[in-house]
Design a protein around this ligand. Structure first.
Ligand SMILES: Nc1nc2c(ncn2[C@@H]2O[C@H](COP(=O)(O)OP(=O)(O)OP(=O)(O)O)[C@@H](O)[C@H]2O)c(=O)[nH]1
Ligand SMILES: [Mg+2]
Length: 330
């Protein structure tokens, strides 16, 4: 199941209490203080993983509580630290503190676990509290509580090119033709119900880019029609958008205008993205009819493979240009 938003609760482990004890020696009723300190509570980290594609597992578990630190013991024994928890989320997950609404960070780097709840410090035992002026401290400390908070996780997938089109425009077929992704394809609308990603490697070129296919858009989807616009967040971080229109359309330009206006309704960032317009399924136009391609558009057929290379090179050029202009954009 694809889930792109979830609230989870994280609670780091409390620190163990320090121990209050004294060495017991023969003929020495009250020896030196030897109470060990408590162990540190386990912390909770989030890591972005390229192998995880949905927040479903995280949403299912919901509550993450790390182990507490063990209490210190006599004979200077320090308590064991609680084990840390590492929660794996898809790359591109944005993490908010749900109580304040503040954004904490964005999981973009797979190698770097981010601390979300710090384990409590262990309390010091009376042995650790010995000072020159107080060689026999008559106290020990309690462990500090671990941090706890609700987190809102919102996934915005990371891709370079976003495919936008009406249902049945041929988006998923195109993605399966250019990458190893195998999205569901069928001749009924709304076959795609979740975003699909595919890595595209242009033959003879080492560089690759990622293409995202999202469910189809229809007129007034910003009012909730069809599957609505909730999947548009997944193309918000793409570098360019490809608007796909079926060649059987009576007026491809008008169809594209409707799609663009839906994008404009959604956000300024989508309206400002560089766009590439493509007429799809050109093989379906009868041989005796001329394919009418609006000015500045590309055309292709995912079935015969006609012009696919040209479209991919256009994507590559546009993506490279965008990478140069906005190196920080992700
Ligand atoms: N002849 C021909 N048929 C195509 C081509 N591309 C897609 N189709 C067919 O068009 C239908 C819809 O294709 P999809 O790839 O599922 O369309 P989609 O845009 O992903 O549709 P949704 O997921 O519903 O938004 C399928 O029956 C495909 O086989 C093409 O280039 N030529
Ligand atoms: Mg599809």
């Amino acid at each position: 199941m694809f889930i792109d938003e979830s609230v989870i609760y994280v609670k780091a482990g409390d620190g163990g209490n320090g121990c209050h004890s004294y060495e017991r020696l023969k003929y020495k009723p009250k020896g030196r203080p030897d109470g060990g300190s408590g162990g540190r509570g386990g912390s909770i980290y989030l890591t972005g993983s390229p192998q995880v594609h949905t927040l479903a597992d995280v949403a299912y578990k919901q509550r993450y509580v790390a182990q507490r630190g063990a209490h210190g013991k006599g004979k200077n024994q320090t308590g064991r630290s609680g084990e840390d928890i590492f929660i794996q989320v898809p790359l591109g997950t944005i993490v908010y503190d749900d109580s304040s609404g503040n954004i904490l960070f964005d999981c973009l780097n797979p190698e770097k676990p981010q601390l979300v709840a710090k384990g409590g410090r262990g309390g010091r035992g009376n042995a650790a509290l010995v000072t020159k002026y107080n060689p026999n401290p008559d106290r020990s400390e309690f462990g500090k509580p671990g941090e706890e908070k609700p987190l809102r996780l919102i996934l915005k997938v990371l891709a370079d090119v976003g495919l936008v089109g009406r249902p049945n425009a041929g988006k998923s077929t195109f993605l399966s033709r250019i990458s190893r992704a195998r999205p569901k394809i069928a001749d009924y609308p709304f076959t795609t119900t979740k975003p699909n990603l595919g890595i595209v490697q242009i033959p003879g070129n080492y560089d690759s880019f990622v293409v995202a296919d999202i469910p189809g858009l229809i007129e007034n989807c910003h009012e909730g029609k069809g599957l609505g616009i909730r999947f548009l967040r997944h193309i918000e971080r793409t570098k360019i958008l490809a608007i796909l229109v079926d060649a059987s359309s009576d007026n491809p330009q008008a169809d594209a205008d409707i799609l663009v206006s839906e994008l404009n309704h959604y956000s300024k960032s989508l309206s400002q993205k560089p766009k590439c317009f493509i007429l799809t399924k050109t093989d379906t136009v009868p041989k005796d009819q001329k394919v009418h391609i609006p000015k500045g558009w590309l055309s292709m057929s995912s079935v015969t493979g006609e012009n696919i290379d040209k479209v991919l090179w256009t994507f590559k050029k546009m993506v490279d240009k965008s990478r140069e202009e906005n190196p920080d954009l992700c």
